[in-house]
Write a protein that binds this ligand. Structure first.
Ligand code: SF4
Length: 241
């Protein structure tokens, strides 16, 4: 027969311990210190969150990025809290995500421009292809057959002629695999808002310079990329002096 755990005894011991701590002066003092420390931490956390939100609002209003590193740290560690504070002020999640992507691009632009095109890669989402696409999925994504049924045809050719390694992929698993295999130093990710935001964080984790270009339409099939914006980012190069 299994020995009884003796929960009653454990609870009684805990009660006695709590009384002992509360009744002794050093114990009560230690508890007060602990409580005070926790409240201070909470206040500092809220102060940081409100400062980040204030800077985000100011940046959006002025069309400039103030204290970009502070905002980026805020998004990295307390994104949920920032969203909750912003929501009652009318700043919705999508607007915040767009702001985060623009900020990320601005901060990465210099390093991206300095990276030679041969060391860059572009990841396009496979939802851009036509529903009648004759290409099939391989380990490295979709190899466009240039059938002319979607915009990928001309754009992939143009980007490859610029010297880019171009991938048409169904998700981040492929991106991670291709980054490990080909080791690009900089990448451009194309996709919907959430894909880009997650992709930028993913690339940060891999230590790769990343720029994001958000699609003109959302959805899972026959989406439309913002090709002019993509070409603008793809053409970024450091000025040679
Ligand atoms: S152009 Fe390429 S990606 Fe587009 S439908 Fe044809 S084979 Fe598929």
């Amino acid at each position: 027969m299994k020995p009884s755990i003796g929960w009653d005894k454990i609870i009684n011991h805990l009660h006695s311990f709590a009384f002992m701590v509360l009744e002794s002066q050093p114990g009560a003092h230690a508890l007060m210190l602990l409580g005070g420390g926790l409240i201070l931490l909470l206040l500092l956390f809220l102060l940081f969150a409100f400062i980040v939100v204030g800077v985000v609002f100011l940046s959006i209003k002025q069309g400039k990025f103030y204290f970009p590193r502070l905002i980026r740290a805020g998004f990295a560690y307390i994104e949920g809290t920032i969203k909750n504070i912003c929501a009652p002020f009318g700043l919705k999640e999508a607007a915040l995500t767009i702001f985060f992507i623009q900020l990320h691009n601005k901060m990465s632009e210099g390093d991206f421009a300095k990276t030679e095109i041969k060391d860059r890669a572009i990841f396009l989402p496979h939802c851009l292809r036509s529903l009648e696409c004759p290409a099939s999925l391989s380990e490295e994504g979709l190899f466009c057959k240039h059938c002319g049924k979607c915009e990928l045809d001309r754009s992939v050719t143009e980007l490859e002629e610029m010297g880019y390694r171009v991938f048409i992929v169904p998700g981040s698993t492929f991106i991670g695999r291709m980054v490990k295999k080909y080791k690009p130093r900089a990448i451009i990710g194309v996709g919907c808002l959430r894909e880009i935001k997650d992709g930028l964080k993913f690339a940060d984790g891999l230590g790769v310079v990343a720029m994001g270009v958000v699609n003109r339409t959302d959805g899972c099939v026959e989406t439309l990329a913002n090709w002019p914006e993509l070409m603008k980012v793809a053409s970024l190069q450091a000025l040679k002096v």
